[in-house]
Write a protein that binds this ligand. Structure first.
Ligand code: OAD
Length: 370
């Protein structure tokens, strides 16, 4: 991918969230890319993967796995699907509520400033805010649909859900093979839609990376695909993606003179609330969050009809949610599987693998303890 040279006028004043907000206002940023990870959903009660003590990978002893990530490894799953389905009990999207961070991303869309949200999350909370599907790239797929690993037939979502919630392995009704939710396992290709939108990074005028350890490729390397003069903000509890060279990773100390990377150490919600305050959007963010989750509460039937005034908006949202949950995922999956099979055949022919633009096509960890 081509990189644009840095222009002096675009440099941030200081490595602070304040100067990022000043940049948004003064440069009229309107093509913001948000790259998100599990850290944006921990406040919703969904554990992340790698946090010490609370992360899923640190709590898998009972599964007796050869290494933690094996639970999401396609080869391992085909041999031994039980650990994944045991874990799926805890991970299956249930009655979770999007966080302020999820609503902040939707607010960016409402303001016309969002180019895309590339998320690694499989919990579908982005969809639940009402963020337009067009803006969401679920880079690692989602639990919204599931299919047979052999014949690709789409499985009945209710059946898969029922099995998963009991920790049981669902089987294909046509060929009796394994059913797998359409999430991207290690060793599998990412969704076609992910690759179709990589060119967004050249158009971005700001990159916000939030709630991710940036340890999984190819997702992690995307931070290097925005042009050199484009500011990049990381909001996370800990530093991630620190530089390996001038052209790879964040340079929070502004060592290489591009003066564009900012690290905000704190929770995702604290970070976005701070940004919202500085942008004068605090009230709007609060309203989106409160009203959005109130509607969800109704959809989850935690409030009996009549307890809350039912308005047209609520019904509309329920309709939208229903449509969003299943939309297009399966067609994508079938197309991807075809591409994957063609690719395997191609790879077998070619003795060496070639990679373009540092983007690998399958999911791998940078620091997997394999
Ligand atoms: P990780 O668990 O690797 O990283 C989450 C990051 O978020 C860590 O750096 C935490 O410190 C930080 N964090 C947690 N809670 C936070 C909060 N409330 N505020 C701010 N930061 C917080 O999760 P990902 O980077 O998303 O793959 O993991 C990437 C992929 O690895 C996942 O998509 C998953 C996994 O294997 C698949 O499911 C295929």
């Amino acid at each position: 991918m081509s990189k644009t040279r840095r222009s002096k006028k675009d440099v941030l004043e200081a490595p602070t969230i304040e100067s990022i907000v000043k940049y948004i206002k003064e440069k009229n940023a309107k093509n913001i890319i948000v790259m998100s990870g599990a850290g944006i959903s921990t406040a919703a009660g969904i554990p992340d993967f790698r946090s010490k003590d609370t992360g899923l990978y640190h709590n898998l002893q009972k599964f007796d796995l050869p290494y933690a990530e094996a639970v999401f490894d396609i080869e391992y799953f085909l041999e031994k699907p039980e650990p994944f389905y045991e874990l799926a009990k805890e991970l299956y999207p249930g009655k979770f509520y999007p966080t302020k961070t999820h609503y902040f991303i939707q607010l960016l869309q409402k303001k016309g400033l969002l180019l895309r949200n590339f998320t690694q999350n499989i919990d579908t909370l982005e969809r639940l805010t009402g963020l337009d599907q067009e803006y969401i790239i679920e880079a690692h797929g989602s639990f919204a649909t599931a299919s047979c690993v052999e014949c690709n037939e789409r499985a009945d979502s209710d059946m898969v859900r029922e099995h998963a919630l009991k920790g049981k392995v669902p089987k294909c009704e046509s060929c009796d093979n394994l059913i797998k939710p359409d999430i991207t396992f290690f060793g599998e290709n990412l969704p076609k839609r992910f690759f179709d939108h990589l060119e967004d990074f050249e158009k971005a005028d700001l990159l916000i990376v939030i709630g991710t350890s940036l340890q999984v490729q190819p997702f992690a390397s995307l931070i290097d695909d925005v042009p050199d003069h484009i500011p990049r903000l990381l909001i996370n509890m800990e530093k991630a993606g620190d530089h390996k060279s001038k052209s790879s990773g964040f340079d929070f100390k502004w060592k290489y003179g591009l003066n564009r990377d900012v690290f905000y150490a704190g929770t995702c919600d604290e970070g976005v609330i701070k940004m919202a305050k500085l942008l004068g959007w605090e009230k709007e963010l609060d309203e989106l969050y409160t009203n959005g989750n109130k509607k969800l509460k109704y959809t989850y039937a935690e409030i009996e009809p009549g307890e809350q005034e039912q308005d047209k908006e609520v019904d509309e949202l329920a309709d939208v949610l229903e449509k969003l949950t299943a939309k297009d995922d399966h067609n994508d999956k079938v197309a991807e599987d075809k591409v994957a099979k063609a690719k395997v055949a191609e790879d077998t022919k070619a003795s060496e693998s070639t990679k373009s633009d540092n983007i690998t096509s399958t999911n791998t960890t940078t620091t997997a303890s394999k």
